[in-house]
Write a protein that binds this ligand. Structure first.
Ligand code: 13P
Length: 253
């Protein structure tokens, strides 16, 4: 059984004070919800405060990026070792980083390996651009993005997030069936690469314009194990509703 996961990617939003207020507001309700791995990913500068506020909580903390070296002359970067002290997970290869910061597949894979080395669980993002989607290249793009991820990475608990770029921040989510089909493809591809056992155990989330109004459509799908939520994760009532619905829909009766 794959435990569902809902992860909130706060992106470059909230000051430390705002992040702390949001964590305080969400924590009590989130702690009442079982059957879901609940993750929030505030900006780096708020991780320490969030960690303090989440002492004894079932809510896990994630970072949004990292650098692959452990220390040294890399002005402005944040290392896996620094993050390992603060959080349990880290988003890697988000399309915004691939697009705006020119992160290549090789760099993304180095980051995955660096995270695993210090015990941080990567949430590795994959997804196609609108142009690739229109050209029917989705499967080719996803296969390429997944080509470097090792068996070891899956064994260590790496989580995948399928985020079609045309659905991110656009309010134009994929349909549940579309997302289920593509995530099904990803699972079959991993089965070919690394075997059925890994393919069946890896958690694959959907991301892109997920809200409290459409989460059920995704979560009902058998291949979809949860969501990576952007905008809606910054609104307490939306995020709580997304987590609650996931807990109920995925509960084994
Ligand atoms: P939105 O939910 O705001 O579309 O963002 C999705 C995303 O990029 C999560 O990582």
């Amino acid at each position: 059984m794959r435990i569902p996961m809902i992860a909130g990617n706060w992106k470059m939003n909230t000051t430390v004070a705002e992040a702390a207020a949001l964590v305080k507001e969400m924590r009590p309700e989130l702690d009442r919800i079982d059957n879901v791995d609940k993750v929030i990913c505030p900006p780096f500068v708020s991780l320490a405060a969030a960690k303090e506020l989440l002492k004894g909580s079932s809510v896990k903390l994630g970072a949004q990026n990292l650098y692959f070296e452990e220390k040294g002359a890399y002005t402005g970067e944040i290392s896996p070792l620094m993050l390992a002290e603060l959080c349990q997970l880290v988003i890697i290869g988000h399309s915004e980083r691939r697009q705006y910061f020119h992160e290549t597949a090789e760099l993304v894979d180095k980051k995955v390996q660096a995270a695993l080395k210090v015990g941080l669980k990567p949430i590795l993002c994959v997804g196609e651009t609108p142009r690739e989607n229109e050209a029917g290249k989705t499967e080719e793009v996803l296969s390429r993005q997944l080509s470097l991820t090792s068996k070891q990475a899956y064994h260590t608990g790496l989580v995948l997030a399928y985020e079609p770029i045309w659905a991110i921040g656009t309010g134009k989510a994929a349909t549940g069936e579309q997302a289920n089909q593509t995530i099904g493809f990803i699972r079959r591809h991993i089965a070919k690469q690394h075997g059925q056992e890994i393919a069946q155990s890896v958690r694959i989330l959907y991301g892109g314009s997920v809200t409290a109004d459409n989460i059920a459509e995704f979560i009902k799908q058998p291949e979809i194990d949860g969501a990576l939520v952007g905008g809606a994760s910054l609104k307490t009532s939306q995020f709580l509703s997304i987590v609650k619905q996931t807990s109920e829909i995925k509960r084994v009766k």
